[in-house]
Design a protein around this ligand. Structure first.
Ligand SMILES: N[C@@H](CCC(=O)N[C@@H](CS)C(=O)NCC(=O)O)C(=O)O
Length: 268
């Protein structure tokens, strides 16, 4: 894929708080994270690295103008891609769990130690990737002229339903999914949760049914997550995300995720 990719020019570099974080992670380290500043899957891994205070080197690449350095590590050419002692790893949730195993002394712990609770956490981690993200994208990329046409209200309420199912599984007090301690479930969904403001610009609003009990719990969770230092420090200026999300909203984005959504498939 060359410079002429239609999405390539939209991806210069991080801004705002995230730019500072990037500057602080330029020093050569054996652990290298190939990143795109805008990418929610990258943000998952960054949250884990920053929360666990694991030293790493941040390397910005444009996944729509894939450099050889990325393709030799990851034939899929996707970010995040991790280089660990010259060996490649990719797939954001796999990378997060790897960091937990490779740095056993680092806290917070990402998963419960009880086998049942750990397996249950993985059900809801998988739910985020297999249900919530595709539903977020079906809503965002919805076009009134598409056929067959489910209707905007339907794609919006499907998204609400996925969030409701997820939220109903949360610890009642929280504020995080499993209780007072943040864990991997929070990190895997946070990047999309903190981007739901895009629906204020596109598709007539997120319009959560505010009176419902699950929405109160969702809002409590979201406000705790939005305040986390790691979330703040991995977020660029809002207006810089808008041209990127405009292309999703117009359904003209050519990312693998945008194409998969158009084809009715899951996350690539
Ligand atoms: N399943 C992958 C998805 C990663 C992904 O889709 N990353 C996007 C950026 S947000 C990418 O590299 N896109 C390049 C492309 O679509 O060609 C993961 O969880 O790491």
């Amino acid at each position: 894929m060359g410079n002429d990719h239609p999405d390539a020019k939209l991806f210069p570099h991080a801004t705002g708080a995230a730019e500072q974080m990037v500057k602080e992670h330029q020093k050569e380290e054996s652990l290298k994270l190939y990143s795109g500043w805008f990418c929610p899957f990258v943000q998952r891994v960054l949250l884990v690295l920053l929360e666990k205070k694991i030293p790493f080197q941040y390397i910005e690449v444009n996944p729509y103008h894939k450099p050889e350095s990325l393709l030799t590590l990851n034939p899929r050419g996707l970010v995040p891609t991790l280089e660990y002692d010259n060996k490649p790893l990719y797939e954001s949730t796999v990378v997060c769990e790897f960091l937990e195993d490779a740095y056993p002394a680092a806290t917070p712990k990402l998963l419960p130690s009880d086998p049942y609770e750990k397996a249950r956490a993985r059900i809801w981690i998988d739910f985020v990737t297999s249900r919530i993200i595709p539903s977020f994208h079906r809503f965002l990329q919805y076009q009134p002229k598409s056929t067959p046409n489910p209707g905007l209200e339907k794609v919006r309420s499907d998204f609400h339903n996925q969030l409701a199912q997820f939220t109903q599984e949360m610890d009642p007090d929280g504020p995080y999914f499993l209780g007072s301690e943040v864990s991997l479930i929070d990190f895997v969904i946070a990047p999309w949760a903190v981007r739901t403001w895009v629906f204020d610009h596109f598709k007539g609003g997120l319009n959560l049914p505010e009176g419902e009990k699950w929405v109160q719990r969702w809002n409590k969770w979201l406000s705790a997550v939005e305040k986390m230092e790691s979330v703040v420090n991995t977020t660029s200026e809002k207006d810089k995300y808008l041209p990127i999300y405009q292309r999703y909203a117009d359904d003209t984005a050519q990312s693998e995720l945008a194409k998969a959504t158009r084809e009715g498939k899951g996350v690539p």
